[in-house]
Write a protein that binds this ligand. Structure first.
Ligand code: APR
Length: 237
C-alpha cells in the first residue's frame, strides 16, 4: 500500500514549534509574514530576515519529534510512505521517516543568494532571539540565505515532482496539520480526490478541505495518527 502524508505546521505544534496562523501562538502573530518571509523583505532588510530564520534553525535543536511524527515513521513497516511536508523543520526525518519532500524548503539548508551555491560554512551563534544578525557572505560576495521558499518564489522542482508522483500513486492520502490555504501544496489533496484516492484530514479545526475530504477527523495529530492505520477499515468502509 502506498501512503502519501501531506503535513503542515500543525504536526509540529505538539513538539512546541509554533504554527503560522494559529491566532495567539502563530509565528505570524509576532511578525509580518510578508516582511520576514519574502524576497522583498530579504532585499529590504536581510539582517532581520536572517536573524528570524537563524532563531528558528536553533530553536529546532531544543524540540523533539512527537507521537504524530513517530506514527508516520512507524507506518513505513506496513506501507510505502512518502511524506510531503510544507514544514521547514527536520522532525519527520528525526522521527525516522525516510522519504520526506520539503515543498517549502528547509531550515537546515543554506545557499548564496547570488551564485546559488550551497553553504556549508559556520553559522553565527544565537544564544537567544535577536532582531538583527548580518548574514554570512559567500566567496562571490553574495549573502547567505536560508534555503526556504519565500512568498512569491517557485517551489523546488525536485520536491514538487516527487510530491506529485507520491500523491498520484497513493492508495491513501493523509493531510495533517495544515490550514490547506497555501497553493500549490493545497491542490494535492484536491487532485487525489478528483482521481478517486481517499483523503483523510487530521486537524482540530475545520479547513477548506474539511467538507471535501473523504474523512475529516477533528483531532490533534499526536492523538489521531498512532491508531489511524488500525482505524482505516472503519473510517473508509
Ligand atoms: N494537530 C493537527 N493540526 C493542528 C494541531 C495539532 N496538534 N495544532 C494546530 N493544527 C492545525 C491548525 O488548526 C491549522 O489548520 O495546523 C494548521 C496550521 O496551519 P498554518 O499555521 O497555516 O500552517 P501551514 O498550513 O503549514 O501553512 C502552510 O504557509 O506560511 C506558509 O510556508 C508557510 O508552509 C507554510 C504554509
Amino acid at each position: 500500500m502506498q501512503v502519501a502524508v501531506l503535513s503542515g505546521a500543525g504536526i509540529s505544534a505538539e513538539s512546541g514549534v509554533p504554527t503560522f496562523r494559529d491566532a495567539e501562538t502563530g509565528l505570524w502573530a509576532k511578525v509580518d509574514p510578508y516582511e520576514i518571509s519574502s524576497s522583498d523583505g530579504w532585499r529590504a532588510h536581510p539582517e532581520r530576515v536572517w536573524a528570524w530564520y537563524l532563531w528558528r534553525h536553533y530553536m529546532m535543536g531544543a524540540v523533539q519529534p512527537n507521537n504524530g511524527h513517530r506514527a508516520v515513521a512507524a507506518w513505513q513497516d506496513y506501507a510505502d510512505v512518502h511524506v510531503v511536508t510544507q514544514n521547514v523543520d527536520n522532525l519527520h526525518e528525526r522521527a525516522g521517516s525516510k522519504k520526506v519532500y520539503h515543498l517549502h524548503g528547509s531550515l537546515f539548508e543554506f545557499r548564496c543568494d547570488r551564485c546559488q551555491v550551497g553553504y556549508e560554512g559556520e553559522l553565527p551563534e544565537m544564544p537567544e532571539p535577536v532582531e538583527t544578525v548580518d548574514p554570512p557572505r559567500c566567496v562571490c560576495g553574495g549573502m547567505i540565505r536560508p534555503s526556504v521558499v519565500w512568498f512569491g518564489e517557485a517551489l523546488p522542482e525536485d520536491a514538487w515532482q516527487r510530491s506529485v508522483e507520491a500523491v498520484t500513486g497513493a492508495d491513501l492520502v493523509v493531510v495533517v496539520g495544515t490550514s490547506s490555504i497555501v497553493y500549490p501544496a493545497a491542490g494535492l489533496p484536491e487532485f487525489a480526490l478528483a482521481n478517486g484516492i481517499p483523503v483523510i484530514e487530521v486537524n482540530p479545526e475545520r479547513t477548506p478541505l474539511s467538507d471535501s475530504a473523504t474523512v475529516s477527523l477533528r483531532e490533534p495529530a499526536a492523538a489521531a495518527l498512532p491508531t489511524l492505520l488500525q482505524r482505516l477499515p472503519a473510517l473508509l468502509d
